[in-house]
Design a protein around this ligand. Structure first.
Ligand SMILES: Cc1cc2nc3c(=O)[nH]c(=O)nc-3n(C[C@H](O)[C@H](O)[C@H](O)COP(=O)(O)O)c2cc1C
Ligand code: SF4
Length: 431
């Protein structure tokens, strides 16, 4: 499937200078879906349409959104929808773009979501460093409130929904949904043991659904265009439009929107302009943000969707596509990643707290040319001990990349041991 000729749906307003205003959003058909949902559909019908669309969460795990919503108990008890706007995965910058360029799209999807799950007070958990998106989204909430779409009796339908925006303090772990809920409750952001899952015991002990910003931005499209239309975009079980964040050694880094399933090489070489430096070939790609296994260049003939990337031994994750040419030292790249996870580990469980620190020590040793051959197996052994043995998936999010880097580029790690220096030739620094 080639995505040439595709017209953006999520980013259709993004490059209008006034894209963040209610007037511009309305001009492009905005808030029609909210009106349709509130006036013509029951909450259960909205959930059924989202289920039928096949939408899978865009926050990392790809869990079906309609199914997640259907786990929320029925009835009039207190329930919450929480928008995960903590976007901190290295290589990922799509949610920020949506919130800055089309905040009403996010807000419309969020209001429909609140209606669908029976939530009368929705929370937006915003990454602490996102000062500009916070300002823009708050302005959009106030514009929508003045137009009767936030607060009491929305659009005269009797549906009430208040919205509170809460800013985090810049901790990566607070993007994990249960750490986020702890933080939102005013506690230290540490993941909770599951079960119980948030749909049973979530925010303030009440049933809660946590959804990613991009996931929520798909909701108006599904309600307006219908689930069958939506399900025709992309590939079977991998439906709908997707935002891909391309960074690293390409000529045109940025956020690209195409249906799920675009070939990775088309994304890089046709849309993102190909390699940054002509004499520097592709070495590897991280396809889904720093938490997923790396793909060496020879394995980059893959489709960018959940199931195709899983079959290739990696993950779509947050679709943070990090491109590396042959100037990159893989050992140094992994050390950089390990330092990040060691810093961001909440320290609650031993394999993650200790293991991430060990990764850093071993990799620093290899970088200094003081490592030995057993260090390579020690890195793999550590990954076996961390993966699957921690409270939250942050442990897996570092163990899986470490295993993949060491396995795919073992020669390069060995070169650091044998020759006490790097195999990669750094590119000259531009003057
Ligand atoms: C360490 C860690 C960090 C995460 N960070 C984010 C994040 O910044 N944004 C996000 O939407 N999901 C993040 N997630 C995933 C959330 O826990 C959750 O699965 C997601 O918000 C669900 O939304 P979705 O179903 O719409 O994908 C993170 C998960 C982990 C383990
Ligand atoms: S895996 Fe790491 S981040 Fe997650 S709960 Fe355990 S120590 Fe904290």
């Amino acid at each position: 499937m080639s995505a040439n000729g595709y017209q953006p749906l999520l980013l259709k307003n993004a490059h209008r200078p006034d894209s963040a205003t209610l007037a511009a959003y309305r001009e492009s058909g905005g808030y029609r879906a909210l009106e349709r949902a509130l006036k013509e559909m029951t909450p259960e019908q909205v959930v059924e349409e989202v289920k039928a669309s096949g939408l899978r969460g865009r926050g990392g795990a790809g869990f079906p959104t309609g199914m997640k919503w259907s786990f929320m108990p029925k009835g009039s008890g207190e329930k919450y929808l929480v928008l995960n706007a903590d976007e901190s995965e290295p290589g990922t910058f799509k949610d920020r773009l949506l919130m800055e360029e089309d905040p009403h799209l996010v807000l419309e999807g969020f209001l429909i979501g609140c209606y669908a799950v029976g939530c009368r007070h929705g929370f937006i958990y915003m990454r602490g460093e996102f000062v500009r998106p916070t300002r823009i989204l708050l302005k959009a909430v106030e514009e929508a409130r003045a137009a009767g779409m936030v607060g009491k009796n929305i659009l005269g339908t009797g549906f009430d929904c208040e919205i509170t925006l809460y800013r985090g303090a810049g901790a990566y772990i607070c993007g994990e949904e249960t750490a986020l809920l702890e933080s939102l409750e005013g506690k230290r952001g540490m993941p909770r043991l599951k079960p119980p899952f948030p749909a049973q015991v979530g925010l303030y002990g009440k049933p809660t659904s946590v959804n990613n910003v991009e996931t929520i931005a798909n909701i108006p499209l599904i309600v307006e265009m219908g689930p069958s239309w939506y399900a025709n975009l992309g590939r079977p079980k991998n439906t709908g439009p997707k935002l891909y964040c391309v960074s690293g050694h390409v000529r045109r880094p940025g956020v690209y929107e195409f249906p799920l399933g675009i070939p990775l090489k088309e994304l890089l070489f046709e849309h993102a302009g190909g390699m940054l430096r002509e004499d520097r070939p592709l070495k590897a790609v991280i396809p889904g943000g720093s938490s997923v296994p790396i793909l060496p260049a020879a394995q980059c003939d893959v489709l960018m969707d959940f199931d195709s990337l899983a079959a290739a031994g990696t993950m779509l994750g947050s679709a943070g596509v990090i491109v590396m040419d042959d100037s990159v030292c893989i050992v140094e790249a992994l050390l950089n990643l390990a330092r990040f996870y060691a810093h961001e580990s909440c320290g609650q469980c031993t394999p993650c707290r200790e293991g991430t620190g060990w990764y850093v020590q071993i990799l620093e040793r290899l970088e200094r040319g003081e490592g030995n051959s057993s260090d390579l197996d020690l890195l793999l052994d550590l990954s076996d001990r961390i993966q699957g043995n921690t409270i939250c998936p942050l442990g897996d999010a570092v163990a899986m990349p470490v295993r993949s880097y060491v396995t795919a580029f073992r020669d390069e790690f060995q070169h650091h041991v044998t020759h006490k220096k790097c195999l990669a030739k750094p590119a000259p620094v531009p003057v």
